[in-house]
Design a protein around this ligand. Structure first.
Ligand code: FAD
Length: 585
């Protein structure tokens, strides 16, 4: 290998979804990037469910850095056309409550639909396809990439770092980004790992299966449960005291080429310590059998990969950036799969890291202070998700408590997503990527609206109410009443939503075109002073333009996709899942 193929501006350790997107962004702007991946592609990876803040963040990333391939991951339609038909559609987050030994009750479920076309729907990434695709995109932009190249050590010197690989010798770079996920090399080598300072204490058992029934065939009829979007066309959460299952189908749309479904169970460590003598598979099925409706959904299901059983899922690092290095979020910390925060935080970090690194390379100035923003906001988001998740585990005690607490998340998600959309709308108007700088100014920093004092206050006070319940200082009834009171007082809930009505278990309604316009109109003309002008200032024109683009994209893809795209713009319910074959006998 020639000497100039061993010296780079930036070395990225880890060629997963995070490392490859960063590589593409940097190479697109002339940075000489080395990407080292310890395994090969395709390879299994976990982290399959997106949320609106992930997909809106991907749109921002793609447009800000002019890498259109990243936007192909932002909506299910584009993903299916450009990346892989093995991915699933995510039209909703559904949460179904279970009591041991009883079938689920029709009025004990909640739902939060994702956005319809053109801004959605969200996706279930079949990660081996998505990551392999992004790896090739990175290479196509000029990244020098090596697979099967494990980085064993990184040695820092004054003007850069030497990466020592197991089988391919050493490489030099001015700056190192560790995108190695939970087993990343830098936290270990630099002694950064620490006892997770988080309240959440959970563990996970997961696998991929075939022959998982669509839950719509098992659940009470729609006329009884009243949810507007099919359970089987989204990420389904089966909640029970002290835990929850995820069901993430990849086979849930009419053009899917997959028969797989990702499943996992997450357990509060204190209520369900990890047994020494029970194999992962047996423990998984023990929990399935406790809940008759879950057992019916999995009646014929079989795993197609070994079960993975983790110890405590949470991990943490003392810091995210240092002298000539930076950790991507999943190399730094993790909370829990609930609310699918991993990719959202990763995309947030990529947006903030991209321009800092491009500028650092141009100026040959890698001063740590330049990257301090990442340290602060990555850690801030992990603290937020720790609060959100740990209070959710508490709320699994009782359906009414969950029904109240999860409304707070629908509001934080609304403002977090809208902040990203504001930036996209500004870019649409001016074509100037500098418009995205607003995302690093108050009140838009971070995710989930945490930078907005009103959103932050609502969240913190509702969290404190749940914690008081957990500490035995408040009853369930008082806690529930307090959360609704806080929601009302905040004035953050759109009046076109049913957030303040406990009977409305899909309080955000659906995000098809007409309801979307109603929220925009509320935000623009009827919202309180602390919302108006900062959020919902536009978007109608951009949505209209993108609706036409989504339509023409579907026309090019042909037949059923045109019908489906137009249908999904206006209605959320469909019978696609009824056309899927029943599991084999
Ligand atoms: C149980 C579980 C469920 C999750 N579910 C979700 C979800 O539904 N939605 C969501 O948004 N997020 C979820 N996450 C988080 C999600 O997995 C991560 O946010 C995401 O995978 C981060 O991508 P990445 O590319 O940074 O890291 P990874 O996907 O972990 O990729 C890291 C890559 O680095 C390589 N690597 C590691 N060390 C080295 C080395 N020394 N040398 C060379 N290469 C190396 C690995 O081989 C790997 O390919 C979940 C996480 C867990 C643990």
């Amino acid at each position: 290998m020639q000497e100039d193929q061993r010296v780079f501006d930036v070395a990225i350790v880890g060629g997963g979804i995070g490392g490859t997107m960063l590589g593409a962004v940097l190479a697109r702007h002339g940075v000489r990037v080395l990407l080292l991946e310890g395994s090969g592609h395709p390879r299994f990876a976990i982290g399959e469910s997106t949320v609106p803040e992930t997909t809106f963040g991907l749109r921002v990333l793609a447009r800000r850095y002019d890498v259109p391939e990243i936007e192909h991951l932002a909506t299910h339609g584009a993903l299916r056309r450009h990346v892989s038909s093995n991915c699933g559609v995510k039209r909703n987050f559904s949460f179904v409550y279970h009591r041991e030994g009883e079938p689920t009750r029709p009025d004990e479920c909640t739902q939060y639909p994702t956005w319809g076309p053109p801004l959605g729907p969200d996706s279930h990434y079949f990660r081996q396809d998505v990551d392999a695709h992004m790896f090739h995109v990175a290479v196509s932009y000029g990244v020098t990439a090596h697979t099967h190249t494990l980085v064993d050590d990184v040695k820092f010197e004054e003007d850069g770092a030497t990466l020592v690989t197991r089988d391919r010798g050493s490489f030099r770079a001015s700056y190192v980004v560790d995108a190695g996920g939970m087993r990343a090399v830098l936290p270990e080598r630099l002694g950064l790992r620490q006892e997770p300072p988080y309240r959440t204490r959970s563990r996970t058992i997961f696998t991929h299966m075939v022959d998982v029934r669509p839950f719509d065939r098992v659940a009470p009829p729609r006329a009884e449960h009243g949810m507007p979007s099919p359970f089987s066309q989204g990420t389904l959460h089966h909640m029970f005291k002290g835990g929850w299952f995820w069901v993430i189908p990849f086979d849930n749309h009419s053009t899917s080429t997959s028969e797989l479904c990702s499943v996992g169970v997450n357990l509060d460590l204190d209520q369900y310590p990890r047994p020494d003598d029970v194999p992962a598979e047996e423990e998984f099925w023990r929990h399935v059998r406790r809940f008759p409706s879950v057992a019916r959904q999995f009646e014929r299901a079989r795993s197609v990969r070994p079960y993975v059983s983790t110890d405590r899922t949470q991990f943490a690092s003392q810091k995210v950036v240092g002298d000539r290095w930076c950790l991507l979020p999943h190399a730094s910390d993790f909370i829990d799969p609930l609310f699918s925060s991993g990719l959202a935080v990763t995309v947030m970090a990529l947006n903030a890291l991209g321009h800092r690194l491009i500028e650092a390379v141009r100026r040959n100035d890698f001063d740590t202070a330049r990257f301090a923003y990442l340290d602060h906001w990555t850690k801030r988001m992990f603290r937020f998700y720790d609060d959100l998740v740990s209070c959710s585990y508490v709320s699994f005690d009782d359906f009414e408590l969950w029904n109240a607490w999860n409304r707070v998340w629908t509001i934080t998600t609304l403002y977090g997503t809208n902040a990203q959309n504001q930036a996209a709308v500004a870019f649409d108007r001016t074509g100037d990527p500098a418009g995205f700088d607003a995302l690093e100014l108050p009140p838009y920093r971070g995710l989930q609206g945490v930078d907005n004092p009103w959103v932050e206050r609502l969240f913190d006070q509702a969290r404190d109410a749940v914690l008081a319940y957990r500490a035995g200082e408040s009853t369930k009834e008082r806690t529930v009443a307090r959360i609704y009171e806080l929601l009302r007082e905040s004035e953050l809930c759109p009046s076109v939503w049913g957030t303040l009505d406990p009977q409305d278990r899909c309080p955000a309604g659906v995000f098809t075109l007409w309801p979307l316009m109603r929220i925009l109109l509320w935000g623009k003309f009827r919202s309180p002073r602390h919302v108006r002008g900062s959020y919902f200032t536009g978007g109608g024109r951009m949505v209209g333009k993108e609706a036409v683009q989504a339509y023409t994209g579907a026309v090019r893809a042909g037949g059923s996709q045109v019908h489906q795209t137009v249908r999904d713009m206006w209605v959320n319910w469909n019978g696609d899942w009824t056309r899927r074959a029943e599991p084999r006998k």
